[in-house]
Design a binder for this molecule. Structure first.
Ligand SMILES: [Zn+2]
Length: 139
């Protein structure tokens, strides 16, 4: 049960693997935390519940990356094939960094702050190393 999971990055990542983007919500003041936190940064209460987010938002900031992490180079990204990483502001309010898919990272002038995005889940690795990454793509 999701409600019994701790409000950790591990639980958040496990939920991503189930195709769910979830935040922790403070039962006292209603503040949303994404990634989830066990203690509210707004009122310091520790009474949280999981809440599922619609996965809709807009691009708040972005960058294209041509000199990437080794795992991104393994995926074929690099100087001639940059990728896009951004900050997405969700309809519910929280902001989170994520990969931005299905955009032309070679022509970042085509990307617009405020463009509507929808969540996507990227599967990487296999077996024990399988993990799901948070990503967004244009609506
Ligand atoms: Zn609170």
């Amino acid at each position: 049960m999701v409600s019994q999971k701790e409000f950790t990055d591990a639980a958040f990542n496990q939920l991503l693997g189930e195709g769910k983007l979830m935040a922790s919500r403070c039962k006292k003041c209603g503040a949303l935390h994404l990634p989830p936190k066990p203690i509210c940064v707004n009122c310091q209460e520790g009474d949280m519940e999981w809440t599922i987010l619609k996965g809709k938002g807009k691009l708040a900031a972005f960058t294209t990356i041509a000199v990437g992490l080794p795992r991104m180079i393994q995926e074929g990204y690099g100087r001639d094939n940059p990728y896009c990483s951004g900050i997405v502001e969700l309809e519910e309010g929280p902001r989170i960094s994520a990969r931005i898919l299905d955009v032309d990272a070679r022509n970042p002038q085509k990307l617009k702050v405020g463009m509507p995005l929808v969540v996507d889940f990227l599967e990487r690795g296999e077996g024990e190393n399988k993990r799901t990454l948070l990503a967004f793509k244009p609506v």
